[in-house]
Design a protein around this ligand. Structure first.
Ligand SMILES: [Zn+2]
Length: 406
């Protein structure tokens, strides 16, 4: 549930907790820095590493990159976090985006949240059609028609229309499983493997649109927000990301429902966003990849997870080198400032490049000016991939996904 977090937060009456990242997307005053010993509030604890280790600046990738996970548009018409209309909001102009992409040698991006109908057309006009070869936009489910008894067919028809208009995939947000309900925003939560979506998954296969799917979230979001939660800071900033309690399904139940979808639609190609929604558990992701040939993954907003388990990650990249895409989950400022690990700027790409290419140790996974690691209080390590794998992860795999020639 993506849109308009600012009004969400305002509704929740949250003020002070946003001090570090700047809830309004503006730089905020850092919390006090007490000295002299004694108790220290968590948000004031901002230790500086005293390690003197190699720091490699990787300004450009060793091979041209394709970023398969970005958000330059959002659907602007929503009902309690469910996209229900065609109105689209632009997070950046193509010109501003291209300036960063050119500096960082990103050849092309996939803009996932391209909307539907007229919104999709507007996105395609502004990005894909204006700059061929640089932008590939995806459509989204037609939840505005969810209450119509003809929904499954209407949805399949919308996929066909979107494909004809030039959409290059379908993006499914975690609203499926955690937001959409029987009566749109009321009643029981609709499950990821609900049969009413079967025609949608099949239409994607028929029109060769990969499905970029995001279900569940980090396991810590399904646990109590207490002193044992490793994402305590992050959940403090984004309490709406907590799926603990109430009527939310468990993390495992969502994964099982996802697996039933993967099994039922073998001709549909799925890109499991955020390292298959389970970057903390690469063993689990490996099993998914082994079990489902129609499953692939990308790295968006999870360099912090991959980089804190560099040896496991390196083996994962070696084994699945043909099925991993580079993705960042980039969101342009000012909204992107609310998610410092995803803010669309030069330094974001440099972190991913450094992680993939170097064996540097103990560095930040979020670009400055994040004062505290925003997803959890740890640092990351590079995995120093060889050229043969870098080439695939940077662009060859994505070229196949998008049907491009090299
Ligand atoms: Zn995303």
């Amino acid at each position: 549930m993506k849109m308009d977090r600012r009004s969400w937060l305002a509704a929740l009456g949250l003020g002070a907790v946003g001090a570090i990242t700047g809830r309004e997307g503006r730089a905020a005053e850092p919390p006090a820095c007490p000295s002299g010993g004694g108790p220290l509030p968590l948000e004031s604890f901002r230790p500086r590493s005293m390690l003197h280790v190699k720091e490699t600046k990787v300004a450009t990738p060793r091979f041209p990159a394709i970023d398969v996970h970005t958000h330059f548009t959002w659907t602007a018409s929503e009902t309690k976090g469910i996209a229900t209309g065609e109105k689209i909001a632009f997070n950046a102009t193509a010109k501003d985006v291209l300036a960063v992409l050119d500096r960082k040698q990103v050849r092309a991006v996939v803009n996932l949240t391209g909307g539907t109908g007229k919104g999709l057309e507007a996105t395609l006009d502004a990005f894909d059609r204006a700059h061929p070869g640089r932008f590939y936009t995806c459509t989204e489910p037609l939840y505005g028609s969810w209450l119509d008894p003809r929904y499954p067919q209407l949805q399949a028809d919308a996929i066909e229309r979107a494909a004809r208009a030039g959409a290059r995939g379908l993006k499914v947000l975690k609203a499926l499983g955690l937001g959409l309900r029987e009566r749109l925003t009321e009643g029981a939560l609709v499950k990821v493997d609900d049969k009413r979506f079967d025609l949608m998954w099949e239409a994607c296969a028929a029109h060769k649109l990969p499905v970029y799917i995001h279900v569940a979230d980090p396991e810590a979001f399904f646990l109590p927000i207490d002193c044992t939660n490793e994402r305590y800071d992050e959940l403090g900033h984004h309490p709406e990301w907590s799926f603990h309690g109430r009527d939310f399904p468990s993390f495992a139940a969502i994964m099982e429902a996802r697996d039933r979808v993967l099994a039922r639609h073998p001709k549909t190609l799925f890109v499991g966003l955020h390292v298959g929604h389970n970057a903390e558990n690469l063993g689990f992701v490996s099993e998914s990849l082994d079990r489902f040939p129609n499953f692939t993954v990308e790295t968006g907003a999870r360099v912090g997870e991959l980089g804190r388990q560099p040896r496991t990650s390196r083996k994962f990249f070696e084994k699945y080198q043909d099925r991993i895409f580079l993705g960042t989950d980039a969101v342009p400022p000012p909204d992107g400032n609310n998610y410092p690990q995803q803010v669309f700027k030069d330094e974001l790409y440099e972190i991913y490049y450094r992680f993939l290419e170097t064996e540097d140790e103990y560095f930040d996974y979020a670009p400055p000016p994040a004062l505290v690691p925003p997803q959890g209080r740890w640092q990351i390590y590079g995995i120093g991939l060889p050229d043969s794998i870098l080439k695939k992860v940077y662009h060859e795999n994505a070229e196949r996904l998008l049907g491009l020639s090299a």
